[in-house]
Design a protein around this ligand. Structure first.
Ligand SMILES: Cc1cc2nc3c(=O)[nH]c(=O)nc-3n(C[C@H](O)[C@H](O)[C@H](O)COP(=O)(O)OP(=O)(O)OC[C@H]3O[C@@H](n4cnc5c(N)ncnc54)[C@H](O)[C@@H]3O)c2cc1C
Length: 416
């Protein structure tokens, strides 16, 4: 091939230019080759509410998106064993991911529910002080909320409280108008439907058993429900495996004591009819100082049920222990009775339990969500979501957007 005058001039004046050109062409070819040989562009592990929201978002923007779930259907673990509250973002540490993603997520979730007709109720919540000592705590909570950008809280005195909720007892209360509840099953179903409609592939009954780093991505091995073992490759891997997300992270080679999940059980009791009809909002006591939990509170659900709980108990080992402890009835009754004076011991009965994937050890200060693209540990394109406890449901859409931004940043880095 003959070079024209301008081209020969460039090569003469900049002798390194042809090397640069070769490197550029090589880079383009290798990027194309890598793309071609990968089976999936993005693989998400875990079809809980967070993994599903991520799958919906990714499948809108990318082709070849896979969501792998070990159970035969979605939301079989923590995502169907929670309070279904759309949190306002009141309690979290300023500038934490929990605070930011909860506040953004709440707004996005209400919009999403309206758009797709998912049952929800923006019923509001009262945080109640039932003793004189608790009254100053109310102001502290209001200040934390304001620092987080939640500036719609109102302080209510006794008469205002009894106008709103005539059957409860409180000396003072903080009202959060943006708190609500959502039908989490319908929400997950919609994330699933949209993922499929976008062309994403959801593979149920398949457990990820190993992940290894290969040139340009990862090799993922799965064990299916017929005990078949299969492997495929993926450019990006998103670990949204909830209670076992630390184990999935270890599969690729990331061992970090700070990211070890501790199973932390929360049990609920229900308030039997007809007394469940005596409340129409969420009622919370003032929270425990280190926020291991936010106290035995009262939540309502879209079916008209009313639950007390959850309590907080770190399990001695990470076992899926959803057993209910009937002997806790007395403790639940006594806690709730402080603000529900109408309650009798036999009005409540054990309901269900969930397990929080905590990275916060007992007695430690509140830990944030761990959401990270792991290039710095030598795993580019591997995104970890660990410690996705509350407000993970509320924040699911904003978490998905945040993960999308991490992927965009990592591909910009890879190309530069
Ligand atoms: C008691 C309790 C109350 C809560 N209340 C609220 C609330 O009111 N509001 C709120 O916003 N949040 C609440 N939360 C938090 C919320 O439930 C979680 O943040 C959310 O459900 C986490 O979703 P996830 O998708 O990360 O995890 P999960 O729902 O646990 O999903 C993870 C999925 O990964 C799958 N998986 C794991 N390992 C593998 C593997 N190797 N291969 C394939 N699949 C795998 C699992 O089977 C599971 O389906 C509460 C949590 C608890 C425990």
């Amino acid at each position: 091939m003959k070079l024209n005058c301008n081209q020969t001039y460039i090569f003469r004046v900049c002798p390194g230019f042809h090397l640069f050109l070769i490197a550029l062409i090589w880079k383009i070819i290798s990027v194309i080759l890598k793309r071609k040989i990968m089976d999936a562009s993005i693989t998400i592990i875990g079809a809980g509410v967070v993994g599903l929201a991520i799958a919906e978002n990714m499948s809108e923007n990318h082709s070849n998106v896979f969501l792998i779930e070990k159970h035969p259907s979605f939301g079989q673990e923590t995502s169907s064993r929670n309070s279904e509250v759309i949190h306002a973002g009141i309690y979290y540490t300023k500038d934490s991911l929990k605070a930011k993603l909860c506040i953004e997520g709440k707004r996005l979730l209400y919009d999403y529910c309206r758009k797709y007709e998912i049952p929800f109720n923006n019923c509001g919540k009262l945080i109640v002080a039932t003793s004189v000592e608790e009254i100053p705590v109310i102001e502290g909570i209001r200040q934390t909320a304001i620092r987080n950008g939640v500036d719609d809280l109102e302080v209510f005195e006794r008469d205002q409280i009894s106008d709103m909720e005539p059957n409860i007892f409180a000396l003072k209360a903080l009202f959060s108008p943006s708190t609500g509840i959502v039908d989490s099953h319908s929400l997950m179903k919609r994330y699933e439907t949209n993922t499929i409609n976008n062309g994403g592939q959801i593979v149920y009954g398949s457990e990820v058993t190993s992940i290894s780093r290969i040139n340009g991505g990862y090799k993922i091995t799965i064990l299916d429900s017929d005990k078949g073992i299969y492997s495929f490759t993926s450019e990006t891997v998103i670990n949204s495996a909830g209670l076992t997300s630390d184990k999935v992270s270890e599969m690729v080679g990331i061992f970090d004591n700070n990211l070890q999940i501790l199973f932390c059980k929360g049990e609920y009791f229900r308030i039997n009819p007809p007394k469940n009809r005596l409340i129409s909002r969420l009622i919370y006591p003032v929270p425990h100082p280190n926020m291991e939990g936010i106290g035995i509170h009262v939540t309502i659900d879209m079916g008209g049920g009313v639950k007390l709980g959850p309590d907080v108990k770190y399990l001695e080992s990470n076992v899926y222990d959803y057993k209910l402890t009937v002997s806790k009835q007395e403790a639940f009754f006594r806690s709730a009775r402080k603000f529900l004076p109408f309650l009798e011991f036999n009005d409540i009965a054990p309901e269900m339990a969930g397990i929080r994937p905590k990275i916060q050890k007992p007695g430690e200060p509140l830990r944030d969500f761990y959401i990270n693209e792991e290039s710095e540990r030598g795993y580019p394109g591997f995104i970890n979501l660990i410690g996705m406890e509350s407000p993970g449901l509320t924040s699911s859409i904003s978490i998905a957007k945040y993960v999308q931004s991490l992927i965009s940043k990592s591909s910009t880095r890879a190309c530069s």
